[in-house]
Design a protein around this ligand. Structure first.
Ligand code: SAH
Ligand code: SF4
Ligand code: F3S
Length: 475
């Protein structure tokens, strides 16, 4: 199929969904009328990662375009949609717990519509359970058909019966649906969808499908529009941004996309997530020095400090490879902040393996790290591995790792004391007269300020280090 045909087909689907959006809007209008012109309210709840959050912004955009008013209070909503995550078992449990509470809400308000979407819905066993045991749920769809939300919304508003629509996969990328950003001044931007890496513990490739890159012109157009709309910081999103563009009709590297993004006027900061160490190129390392807009922070998930475990995880690098990469990055960008993800208790992890992760944390001296307890995901290769680690052993290892992370994080953060850095103010602080923002290094800073500062870049002297964050003075 040539590029032009693809574009025309895409546009057809976009037009089709626009028509459904109009139908949904008519239905919303009608229902509001029957309730004495009271506006219908919708509540979108995000359970997962940045990509999940970006999807929620799409849902919210569509709901607003259909005439709903956005609310964060489930109690006052006429339509509640949970955008689920299934990366670890506790993410699933969280959703079941909240569904129990919604059953109570629906008793009070029988007209309440409850929807579920996101990664958890791509697991047939889970959907079976919800169909059977959670009659409170009216609408279910998955990650692959999120762009048909206008269609599904119009159906659930008019048909008044359960709507369940799930796709096993898709190679389509639909552009130009409405989006309602959570923040005025910053935004995530999808550059690719899916994942081809099949790390042996991870369910994401099964629920998000194969890797697809968006066309660079679509990405750059979106960012230009965001810049015109006042956005200063963008986060380029993908499960493995370092393999961006490999399967495009005209292949393109992530580094070259990054540089083109940096050339867009109005965008002041660029972040990206996530980088897989096995695909991190020299070209990307050099790109940090192409523009100051590229934030001095790299999230580089290592998962384990033991080569043996890394092999079993199917990560395609050794401990030494990773440490060499860190050296190379630090040589090119000396001041960079490094953060990571760590998994404790992977099947077969020995005491030595666990120690190796702690020693790697100390050796790298991360600015911060997310530590996770291994969670068995049905259908992944690791779920079938022998030697699943008993809970008490895992907890002891987890605590040890956490204190190593805390120690190195505090030490790394303290290196900024006394320096003046630009802080992008994000929100009002709970403390009166203070606001909170982040530096290019992704360090949280509290400073004196007011609501008017939100979305502004303010130079701040970092005076008082409190572990992982600072109090600063405006200069
Ligand atoms: N694509 C990204 C991460 C996606 S999931 C990457 O490869 O880095 C975010 C993090 O969740 C992973 O980095 C991993 O540390 C953690 N994770 C994924 N599956 C997990 C599991 N089954 N148990 C515990 N942690 C897991
Ligand atoms: Fe999961 Fe690995 Fe893909 Fe990340 S790269 S989403 S950890 S399979
Ligand atoms: Fe969760 Fe799906 Fe993200 S499983 S971590 S919401 S890609």
């Amino acid at each position: 199929m040539d590029g032009k045909m693809m574009t025309e087909e895409r546009n057809q689907e976009e037009l089709r969904q626009e028509e459904f959006l109009k139908k949904a809007a008519e239905a919303v209008e009608k229902i509001s009328e029957s309730h004495g012109h009271k506006k219908m309210k919708s509540c979108v709840v995000t359970f997962g990662c940045q990509m999940n959050a970006r999807d929620s912004e799409k849902l919210r955009g569509i709901l607003l375009a259909a005439g709903f008013e956005d609310t964060e209070e489930e109690e006052e909503a006429d339509f509640i949609i949970y955008n689920t995550c299934t990366v670890r078992e506790n993410a699933d449990q969280h959703v079941y717990g909240r569904l129990g509470r919604l059953t109570g809400l629906k008793k009070k308000n029988p007209e309440l519509i409850v929807g579920l979407c996101g990664c958890m819905m791509q697991e047939p066993e889970i959907v079976k359970k919800i169909r059977r045991s959670y009659p409170v749920v009216d609408l279910i769809f998955g990650t692959h058909n999120l762009f048909t939300f206008p269609e599904l919304l119009s159906r659930i508003l008019t048909e008044k019966k359960r709507v369940i629509e799930l796709w096993e996969g898709t190679d389509e990328i639909i552009e130009n649906l409405p989006i309602k950003r959570k923040y005025a001044f910053k935004s995530g931007v999808n550059i690719m969808f899916g994942c081809n890496n099949f790390c042996s513990y991870c369910i994401v490739p099964y629920v998000r499908g194969r890797e697809r890159s968006r066309r660079p012109e679509d990405i750059l157009d979106e960012i230009r529009r965001l810049a015109e709309d006042g956005v200063k910081e963008i986060m380029l999103l993908g499960q493995n941004v370092n393999s961006y563009g490999k399967n495009l009709e005209t292949p393109m590297s992530f580094a070259s996309l990054l540089k083109q993004v940096a050339d867009i006027e109005g965008i002041e900061r660029i972040r990206f997530m996530t980088s897989h160490p096995k695909d991190l190129s020299d070209e990307l390392i050099e790109a940090f020095n192409y523009s100051d807009k590229i934030c001095r922070h790299l999230h580089l998930p290592v998962q384990s400090g033991s080569t043996e475990i890394l092999q079993k995880m199917n990560r395609h690098y050794t401990r030494e490879d990773y440490l060499t990469l860190v050296k190379k990055i630090r040589a090119a960008v000396p001041d960079i902040s490094l953060t990571t993800d760590l998994i404790v208790g992977f099947p077969g992890e020995t005491e030595e393996d666990a120690q190796a992760t702690v020693s790697l944390v100390r050796e790298v001296g991360y600015d911060s790290a997310f530590t996770f307890i291994y969670s068995k995901r049905t259908g992944t290769p690791a779920a079938k591995m022998e030697n699943q680690i008993p809970e008490d052993v895992v907890h002891a290892r987890f605590d040890r790792l956490l204190s190593a992370v805390k120690e190195t994080g505090e030490k790394a953060s303290s290196r900024f004391t006394g320096r003046t850095m630009d802080v992008l103010v994000e929100e009002k602080n709970k403390m009166d007269g203070y606001v909170t923002g982040r530096t290019s290094h992704n360090l949280t800073v509290h400073l004196p300020g007011c609501e008017n500062d939100i979305g502004k870049l303010v130079p701040v002297r970092l005076t008082d280090c409190r572990g992982f964050y600072y109090f600063g003075e405006r200069v």
